[in-house]
Design a binder for this molecule. Structure first.
Ligand code: NAP
Length: 288
C-alpha cells in the first residue's frame, strides 16, 4: 500500500483564495482594509526571506503591508515603543514580530507587548491561555494549519488515538490542545518518552514536530495511519522532514511531504488570522 500524499500547497492556495475573497467583502462592507504589521529587527537572511513571503502573501490577499524594519542595534525599549504604537494604531489589524530577534534583545518580552486581539502569531501568554481554556482567540499558525490539512482530507479526529511528537510552545503543545479541542485522544511525546516507536504505532493520527530528521520510520507507524510531518531540515538533497518519507509512505494511509505539506499552511493561516483580527476590531466598532 502506498499512502495518499497530502497536497499542502493546494490546501494553502484554497485558504489564501478564500481569505482574498473575504477581504474584498470586508473592505466593501466596512470601508476598512485589514493591515498586517510584520516587524523585522536586524538583517538575518533567513528571517528576511520568511518576512518577504509573508508580506507578498498579505498584499496578494488585498491587505495592507505595514512592514517595519529596524536595525539590529535598536535598543529593547525602542522596539517595545514601536510595538506599543502599532498596538494603538487602528490601521494595524495584526502584528507579527519575526523571531529570533538579534542577540542581546529579549524576544519573549517583546512578544508580550502585542495585545491578544492583534496577536496573529498566537504566541503571547494571553493567547496561549485562551487556547488552553478553549476560549475564542487567535491560534498559532502552524498548529491551526495542521488542523486545516486534516479537515481538508476528512480525517476523523473525534475519539481518534492521536500522538503528537514534540511539546514546544510553537508547535507541539498548541497542536495537542487543538486536537483535544476536536475530541481526539491525545498522547504527547518528547525527548524523555520511553520507546517512542511503540507509542507512535498506537496512533491513527501522528503529528511529528521533533526537529530531528527522519526520527519516525516505518516501524513507528500503524498501517493506514495519517502522518503529519512538521519537521524542516535543509540538507544537500533539499528540504527534509522528521519522517522517513520513502519508508513511511509504504505504511501510512495519508502522509504530508516535505516540502509541500505543512509548510505552505503557515502563511495561509497567518492571513486568515489577520482577517479574523480585522473582523473582531470592526465588530468592536459596530461596523459588522
Ligand atoms: P523544538 O522547539 O526544538 O521542539 C522539539 C520538541 O521535540 C521538544 O519538545 C523535544 O522534547 C521533542 N524531541 C526532541 N527530540 C526528541 C526525541 N528523540 N523523541 C521525542 N521527542 C523529541 O522544535 P519546534 O519549534 O517545535 O519545531 C519542530 C520542527 O518543526 C523543526 O524541524 C522546525 O524547523 C519545524 N517547524 C516547521 C514549521 C513549518 O511551517 N513547517 C513551523 C515551525 C516549526 P523536549 O521538550 O523534551 O526537549
Amino acid at each position: 500500500m502506498s499512502a495518499v500524499i497530502i497536497d499542502g500547497k493546494a490546501v494553502a492556495a484554497r485558504v489564501r483564495a478564500d481569505v482574498g475573497r473575504d477581504v474584498a467583502e470586508f473592505r466593501a462592507a466596512t470601508g476598512r482594509q485589514p493591515g498586517l504589521a510584520t516587524v523585522l529587527v536586524g538583517d538575518d537572511p533567513a528571517s528576511a526571506v520568511y518576512i518577504g513571503g509573508k508580506r507578498r502573501a498579505c498584499v496578494e490577499a488585498g491587505m495592507a503591508d505595514l512592514h517595519q524594519h529596524l536595525p539590529a542595534d535598536t535598543p529593547q525599549d525602542k522596539i517595545a515603543a514601536l510595538l506599543d504604537s502599532l498596538a494603538a494604531d487602528p490601521a494595524v489589524s495584526g502584528i507579527l514580530l519575526q523571531l529570533p530577534v538579534p542577540e542581546g534583545l529579549d524576544g519573549a518580552a517583546l512578544v508580550e507587548r502585542i495585545p491578544p486581539e492583534k496577536d496573529v502569531d498566537g504566541l503571547t501568554t494571553p493567547s496561549v491561555g485562551l487556547l488552553a481554556r478553549g476560549l475564542p482567540g487567535l491560534r498559532p499558525c502552524t498548529p491551526s494549519g495542521i488542523i486545516e490539512l486534516l479537515d481538508a482530507y476528512d480525517v476523523e479526529l473525534s475519539g481518534a488515538p492521536t500522538v503528537v511528537v514534540g511539546r514546544s510552545e510553537l508547535v507541539g503543545r498548541p497542536v495537542a490542545q487543538l486536537l483535544v479541542g476536536r475530541n481526539a485522544t491525545v498522547t504527547v511525546c518528547h525527548s524523555r518518552t520511553r520507546d517512542l516507536a511503540a507509542v507512535c504505532r498506537g496512533a491513527d493520527v501522528l503529528v511529528v514536530a521533533a526537529g530531528k530528521q527522519a526520527i519516525i520510520g516505518a516501524d513507528a507507524v500503524k498501517p493506514g495511519a495519517t502522518v503529519i510531518d512538521v519537521g524542516m531540515h535543509r540538507t544537500e538533497q533539499g528540504l527534509r522532514g522528521d519522517v522517513d518519507f520513502d519508508a513511511v509512505r509504504e505504511v501510512a494511509g495519508l502522509l504530508t511531504p516535505v516540502p509541500g505539506g505543512v509548510g505552505p499552511m503557515t502563511i495561509a493561516m497567518l492571513l486568515r488570522n489577520t482577517l479574523l483580527a480585522a473582523r473582531a476590531a470592526a465588530a468592536v466598532d459596530n461596523l459588522v
